[in-house]
Design a protein around this ligand. Structure first.
Ligand code: FB9
Length: 301
């Protein structure tokens, strides 16, 4: 495995990330073994090989309103060419339009005029949750044919945000996302899974702070007390996908989805003691640092 890294001389910035991806892959494998009995399925990796996404799957399908600040070019990289997406599932788009404009499924929606041309705009995905929306829509379609099967998905890949660059933020970073889709899941299940997930990253003693995401309700920011820093560190975000997102997809009423996300760079910087994100990701990465940095198998027996 490691020989491949050097023989194929991956672009410098990719090497360190590969290490952490390996780490996380093992981590998620670890978790899937734990819960396999209860949910009888293990985590499957979502296909994230598409940086360019339509606003529809990145925002509208997630019930994120078209006037939401994250949807303007201050936060999002929109494409000049191809500026608009080719095709969307028309019947589903109509249901998304409805739920944004006038609600349904117990929601009163956002009461604004939803524009197709806005949903057609292509962009560099701002989160891998755009892939989660595609995968969940496919699962709902599949459910209509062959009945519902519980699923656990994860993704680890690049996302792009037109943000101010500083010591810990670049205009692109790697997002880690996990989701579990099953009947009758509750916030208790989410908290249990998060405690298991982060314990394997060497983080226990978690605190959960109510938060807001357009696509999850309830939502929680996750904090862990970091002995070294002597303070509580925000280690991720999470929530239960809203019925306004899941019902238009066609899921049965009692199907729930718990999901969570964090970055790959933040834990890597802290675990490897890297102070500036540019030393971890980008053209300034020192390959020697990578060569001599052992793979830290935290929490992996
Ligand atoms: O990674 C983050 N923090 C972190 C994680 C691990 C860690 O490990 C140390 C070894 C001990 C340390 C820190 N964060 C998420 C928290 C902050 O860093 C935050 O300021 C920056 N966040 C990024 C987004 O910034 C705009 C980190 C990134 C992030 C935030 C949210 C999600 C994903 C990545 C999400 C999500 C989500 C929520 C609900 C449903 C589905 C996905």
């Amino acid at each position: 495995m490691y020989e491949r890294l050097y023989k194929e001389n991956l672009p410098y910035d990719g090497v360190s990330i590969v290490f952490m991806e390996l780490l996380l892959f093992y981590l998620i494998l670890g978790i899937s073994h734990v819960n396999c009995s209860s949910l009888g399925c293990s985590f499957e990796e979502m296909p994230t090989n598409r940086y360019v996404e339509s606003s529809f799957w990145n925002f509208d399908a997630l019930f994120q309103p078209q006037q939401h600040p994250a949807r303007d070019s201050h936060d999002t990289f929109f494409l000049k060419t191809p500026s608009t997406t080719m095709q969307l599932p028309e019947d589903y788009v109509e249901r998304v339009k409805q739920v944004h404009e006038s609600g349904g499924y117990g929601s009163r929606g956002y009461n604004y005029e939803w524009k197709r041309e806005e949903a057609n705009k292509n962009l560099l995905r701002t989160h891998t949750t755009a892939i989660s929306s595609r995968m969940l829509y496919k699962l709902a379609q599949d459910t209509k044919q062959n009945g519902f099967t519980p699923k656990k998905y994860f993704s680890i890949d690049r996302v792009f945000r037109n943000e101010a660059v500083d010591r810990t933020h670049l205009a692109e970073f790697h997002q880690i996302e996990g989701l579990i889709c099953d009947r009758g899941l509750t916030l208790g299940h989410l908290i249990g899974v998060l405690e298991d997930f982060f314990k394997r990253l060497g983080m226990s003693n978690l605190r959960f702070k109510p938060a807001y995401n357009p696509y999850t309700e309830p939502s929680m920011e996750i904090f862990s007390y970091h002995e070294g820093f002597g303070k509580w560190v925000e280690i991720g975000n999470s929530g239960m996908f809203r019925p306004e997102m899941l019902q238009p997809m066609g899921f049965p009423e009692d199907v729930r989805v718990i999901a969570w996300g964090l970055s790959l760079e933040r834990p890597t910087m802290i675990l490897y003691g890297i102070d500036n994100i540019r030393d971890l990701f980008g053209h300034r990465v020192d390959l020697d640092l990578i060569k001599k940095s052992p793979l830290c198998l935290i929490g992996i027996k």
